[in-house]
Design a protein around this ligand. Structure first.
Ligand SMILES: NC(=O)c1ccc[n+]([C@@H]2O[C@H](COP(=O)([O-])OP(=O)(O)OC[C@H]3O[C@@H](n4cnc5c(N)ncnc54)[C@H](OP(=O)(O)O)[C@@H]3O)[C@@H](O)[C@H]2O)c1
Length: 326
């Protein structure tokens, strides 16, 4: 699926292309699945800010089977995932039957099928990275409830699943009024609206301490509010900006409550850490509700899924079927 700039915008369409589209890299992968991420929506949005040069094959993650390798670390038949780095933004990504990728971007799957790994995908990996950061900060279930914003989104839904599996009390913040049942099934103990609950109220630098920690993929005024309501010594793992890139906050939560703001980046996370976390995701405790979180869409219909991400109506994680679906 090639995204090309046209007069009116960006068109994503099926094309047959030559080997030159594979680019450079030591590992050639037959793609089984990709997945739909917020960034893929931006890749087909004019001035979306993530792709500099078109045409491009979008798809910031891919899972599949190695069919050729120029390095000893990988062999034909290995099941792998690659995500982030330049994939789908400045080199061709996962919305294609084949992909050639530098070996140092490739993670061998251990205990996960290519489908489950795609369900987790970039967003779920970012959720896992966020939870890891909170655990490394010292957070335990005894500290109190953990807030998850953008709860029905990819990062949010997998974060709820992982946190509840670890025994945390989870508060899910969502803009979708009909999502309560789904979020409870994933493990949310309570569901609240988007934050701040009253968007017209004058923001306060500090609010009642309500949560021990938070996984936030929304950013903007929502993140500012979350910071103002984290309890003493707590932390927020921040990964996203669906609610805006600005941060209209004060330093008071940091200097009066010792709150920490932990930046989360999955794109350039060093490969050793990336491989270690994927290995952990294949073991216990692993996400328990992937079949509830997952929807499936064939690659030829990926455009409609990306549109729902752009419209803010998408829920959970959509796996994009590639092999056999063109
Ligand atoms: N740092 C990293 O490495 C990294 C990796 C992956 C993703 N991200 C970022 O994390 C964010 C989420 O990614 P995703 O793949 O999970 O996206 P997604 O599946 O589209 O989920 C985003 C969720 O955000 C909420 N939302 C949407 N519009 C909003 C708005 N205007 N205000 C407040 N909330 C809104 C919605 O949840 P509710 O309807 O439930 O409120 C939506 O489901 C994106 O900004 C993405 O770029 C960063």
């Amino acid at each position: 699926m090639v995204a090309r700039e046209t007069d009116g915008g960006i068109v994503l369409a099926r094309e047959e292309v030559g080997d030159d589209f594979l680019g450079t890299g030591e590992v050639t992968i037959k793609v089984h699945y990709s997945s739909a991420n917020y960034k893929d929506g931006l890749a087909i949005t004019p001035r979306g800010g993530v792709v500099r040069n078109y045409p491009i094959v979008p798809g910031i993650d891919l899972t599949g089977e190695v069919i050729a390798s120029e390095v000893d670390d990988f062999a034909p038949g290995d099941l792998v995932i690659a995500h982030g780095y330049d994939l789908g933004v400045s080199r061709n990504g996962g919305f294609a039957e084949y992909s050639k990728v530098p070996a140092e971007w490739v993670v061998r799957l251990d205990g996960l099928s290519t489908r489950d790994a795609a369900t987790i995908g970039t967003a779920g990996f970012t959720a896992a990275l966020s939870v890891r950061a909170l655990l490394d900060h010292g957070l335990t279930p005894d500290d109190g409830a953990v807030l998850v914003t953008g709860a029905t989104g990819g990062v949010g839904s997998v974060a709820i699943d992982i946190l509840s599996g670890l025994g945390f009390e989870v508060i899910a913040s969502t803009g979708k009024t009909d999502a309560g049942e789904l979020l409870a099934e994933l493990g949310a103990n309570e569901v609240i609206g988007r934050l701040p609950l009253d968007p017209d109220a004058k923001p306060r630098p500090l609010n009642k301490a309500s949560w021990a920690a938070a996984v936030d993929s929304v950013g903007g005024a929502s993140l500012a509010h979350v910071l103002s309501a984290i309890g003493y010594g707590g932390a927020v793992a921040a990964s996203g900006l669906t609610g805006g890139a600005e941060l209209p906050a004060t330093v008071l939560p940091f200097i009066l409550r010792g709150v920490s703001l932990l930046g989360i980046d999955s794109v350039f996370l060093p490969i050793e850490k990336r491989r270690e976390l994927w290995t952990q995701l294949g073991k216990d405790p692993r996400p328990q509700h992937l079949s509830t979180i997952e929807s499936f869409t064939p690659i030829t219909e990926v455009g409609s899924v990306l549109q729902s991400i752009k419209d803010g109506t998408h829920s959970g994680r959509t796996v994009i079927g590639v092999a056999g679906e063109f």
